[in-house]
Design a protein around this ligand. Structure first.
Ligand SMILES: C[S@@+](CC[C@H](N)C(=O)[O-])C[C@H]1O[C@@H](n2cnc3c(N)ncnc32)[C@H](O)[C@@H]1O
Ligand SMILES: Nc1nc2[nH]cc(C(=O)O)c2c(=O)[nH]1
Ligand code: SF4
Ligand SMILES: [Mg+2]
Length: 245
């Protein structure tokens, strides 16, 4: 007799502790679980190694226990914030992992574009919704994003984090923020020229990122948009496009 086996999590990489480089938790020590596979294909994705099926061979199906073992070994058994990213982590079975970690005092933040909702979003501590602006080449399904919010049932701390490259992206961010006035908004300057994933340490266009940040600050102050926050990707400033940091 065979019972159904618990679903496995498709993992691209597990690394840390490092610091959370983006959004509301910036600077906070964290271990990343980056899952493999995404239902989007953003033109400027900086994590293609977890998106493009060319890298599928590097993704490993792991049981919840195996993932948990790796997280606790990296953290030395000391509870911390676990960041679930990808790819789109929402397409992986992560509910058991969250329950397992909570039982040991760990907390969980998840980053997703908001295209797929899961019941277990309500068990997260932090939900980062990062809908994609026009420069990504993706189309936002606002109903799906609404479903994600509904699934979270107001339990996790929830924020909007929007990447901005240009004026059209900025307008999109304003529109998204207006749809969800209850959510804190973080504007993140886009980082151009992501390297091919096999190039782990390519130089970044730091001037471009800095220029876009200054422009973003100008735009929000001009518009008197005083609820918005502008933040760089701290890990990009510190380590460029290096993987696993
Ligand atoms: C790699 S994604 C993975 C999680 C999920 N798929 C998502 O997009 O939210 C993690 C975060 O990195 C951001 N990101 C990806 N490529 C970027 C780039 N070139 N510049 C700035 N932020 C980027 C995404 O917008 C998202 O907020
Ligand atoms: N340090 C660090 N912070 C991050 N915040 C979001 C990341 C991601 O790729 O999802 C990321 C990442 O890859 N590294
Ligand atoms: S949704 Fe996220 S992981 Fe997927 S392609 Fe876009 S930025 Fe990359
Ligand atoms: Mg990243």
């Amino acid at each position: 007799m065979t019972g159904s086996r618990p679903a496995e999590i498709r993992v691209s990489e597990i690394f840390g502790p490092t610091i959370q480089g983006e959004g509301a938790l910036i600077g906070l020590p964290t271990v990343f679980v980056r899952t493999g596979g995404c239902d989007y294909r953003c033109s400027w994705c900086d994590s293609l190694h977890a998106v493009d099926s060319r890298y599928r061979d590097e993704w490993r199906p792991m049981s919840t226990e195996e993932v948990w073992q790796k997280v606790t070994s990296l953290s030395g058994g000391r509870p911390l914030m676990v960041s679930l990213s990808g790819g789109n982590p929402a397409i992986q079975p992560l509910g058991d992992l969250i329950a397992c970690g909570h039982a040991q005092g760990y907390r969980f933040a998840l980053e997703t574009q908001g295209s797929v909702a899961r019941d277990w979003f309500a068990d997260l501590d932090v939900l980062v919704l990062s809908p994609k602006p026009p420069s990504s080449g993706m189309e936002t399904d606002w109903d799906a994003l609404g479903d994600c919010l509904q699934a979270s049932a107001g339990k996790p701390q929830t924020i909007l984090k929007i990447v901005v490259f240009d004026e059209a992206d900025y307008s999109y961010a304003r529109h998204a923020a207006a749809r969800y006035p209850q959510l804190p908004v973080y504007l993140q300057p886009g980082n151009h020229t992501p390297p091919p994933p096999e190039e782990h340490d390519a130089p970044i266009d730091i001037e471009g990122v800095t220029e876009r940040m200054r422009w973003l600050v100008e735009r929000i102050t001009e518009d008197r948009w005083f609820e918005a926050r502008v933040l760089p990707q701290l890990h990009v400033l510190l380590w460029g496009n290096k993987r696993g940091v």
